[in-house]
Design a protein around this ligand. Structure first.
Ligand code: KIV
Length: 294
């Protein structure tokens, strides 16, 4: 057993503890998340792209970590998520997994299937999902409704937990005409609801709702008893919330999206900011009406 000093010397950049403290909570799993959903306990999710922040988020009590393809913007400096490759997603998923593993992390790890890695066929989706699962993901996320339903069913039947994603789907930003609120108006709302129900029936255990009116998200959340909705710009009525890590740490440059709150304000450290985020999601204090769309 190396002395603490020797162990310190072995880690030149000191970002992760050399020995793991015992886990203070049980590992998150699909049944535990379903139980939280059934009990109405809010689920706190954040994006993570590297080992250090994965460990910090886990220590802060974040239940789900999403290796989002938003890494294209925040880590790679790309103009959208369209340029993110499966290999890049694999690299970051492995990094996050290692960060969790080294500190006996307990968070549920979700990885995004990037643009063009699942659209071709269900078989292509399975091959791409396998790459991310073998990198450490517990669940994969894919964007869109309608045509994705059979892909979700195919993956779920083969033992791959799936999170769906409706509303603003950034991989199709060019087809949508920009980063706009989705599901406004009776027809669009009805279509979104129909797609969400079909995804639940196909076995999706989670559904990210991005930039949709708060009332629509709350209605859907009440209707989807077997699929936990996770909102981002979808109001406080969803089963959980997600934000991009860099945004909630106030690191974004340019115009801040309406739904983002800077949790570094008043926080003493990154860990403290993440703890405040978890507490605000759990209590329903975040998101407030000013973070939501009607
Ligand atoms: O890529 C991502 O980070 C996401 C979240 C914004 C939900 O999909």
């Amino acid at each position: 057993m190396p002395s603490p000093a020797a162990a310190d010397a072995a880690i030149p950049y000191g970002t992760l503890p050399p020995a793991s403290p015992p886990a203070t909570r049980k590992p998150l799993s699909l049944p535990r998340l379903a139980d939280m959903h059934a009990r109405g306990e809010k689920i706190a999710m954040l994006t993570a792209y590297d080992a250090t922040f994965a460990a910090v988020a886990d220590a802060a009590g974040v239940e789900c970590l999403l290796v989002g393809d938003s890494l294209g913007m925040v880590c790679q400096g790309l103009p959208s998520t369209v340029g993110v490759t499966l290999e890049t997603m694999r690299y970051h998923t492995e990094s996050v997994f290692r960060g969790l593993h080294r500190v006996q992390g307990t968070a549920w790890l979700i990885a995004d299937l990037p643009f063009a890695s699942y659209q071709e066929s269900r078989e292509q989706a399975l091959r791409s999902a396998a790459v991310l699962m073998q990198a450490g993901a517990h669940m994969v996320k894919l964007e869109g409704g309608g045509w994705t339903t059979e892909t979700v069913r195919f993956l779920v039947e083969r033992g791959i937990p799936v999170c769906a994603h409706l509303g603003l789907t950034p991989q199709t930003v060019h087809a949508l005409g920009g980063y706009r609120v989705q599901g406004r108006g009776d027809q669009a709302a009805a279509q979104l609801k129909q797609q969400a129900h079909a995804l639940q029936d196909a076995g999706a255990a989670m559904l990210v709702l991005e930039m949709v009116p708060a009332a629509l998200a709350a209605e859907l959340t009440a209707e989807l008893t077997h699929c936990a909705t996770i909102g981002i710009g979808a109001g406080r009525g969803t089963a959980g919330q997600v934000l991009v890590l860099h945004d909630m740490l106030g690191l974004g440059s340019g115009r801040k999206p309406r739904f983002v709150r800077n949790f570094m304000e008043g926080a003493s450290s990154n860990l403290d900011a993440l703890r405040r985020y978890v507490a605000a999601v759990k209590s329903g204090e975040y998101p407030a009406p000013e973070h939501s769309f009607s």
